[in-house]
Design a protein around this ligand. Sequence first.
Ligand SMILES: O=C(O)COP(=O)(O)O
Ligand SMILES: [Mg+2]
Length: 232
Amino acid sequence: MRLILVDVDGTLTLDRDTYLLELDAIKALREIQKSGFKVGIVSGNSYPVLRALYTYLGFNGGIVAENGCVVYYEKLYEVCEKINKDLIAEFERLFNVKGSWQNVYKCCDLTFTPPYLTNEMVKWAKGRGLYIRTSGYAIHVSKSKKGKGDGVRFLISLLGVSKGDVIGIGDSSTDIEFLEEVGFKVVVGNGEEEVKKLGNYITREKSGKGVVEFVNKLIKGDIDGGIRGAGI
Ligand SMILES: O=C(O)COP(=O)(O)O
Ligand SMILES: [Mg+2]
């Protein structure tokens, strides 16, 4: 089996500062599903939000939610340690940020906006044995050191796919640990520079249009240096 895992915000959207989906990217991914690939989503968003999205988009390769802490494929799994939600009020008060409306639906990875990380926040998290990152959309606080990496590894093993048969597509530093777990790493053209350094393929186009560019090349068999068994 061949699997494509796609980040959501900044990757399936029109750009890195909007929630509007690039509909052509959805179309291209549905098309590649018809040729035998499975398509899954890997995101910092909460499970209910992603489960609805996954259902309405018609994908079939599973869900990694809460930055790797929650995994769904036929069944729901919590992969990380739960976080104490009293931290929401403390973090909001100390740093003048706002907890996401999705925090009530989360177990393990809490989010705050605006998405700008400060040294003081990093120090605060370290002092509490927590990990803190930014996706460009929000600040994420959890007990998970490996972020999306833990969830992606878990999903891949649930599906029984080998790492070499998995393609990952992302945009932000929260995708680094995710991309480290897959055989072929794609970064959208407007992605963060530190993520692009890891990429086997950097799209010319930004966000969702970049997904369209890559998937079309994959369908045509136009990608060099391919991944094992992926037909590229
Ligand atoms: O939850 C976020 O902050 C961003 O979500 P993403 O992981 O789909 O980019
Ligand atoms: Mg993203």
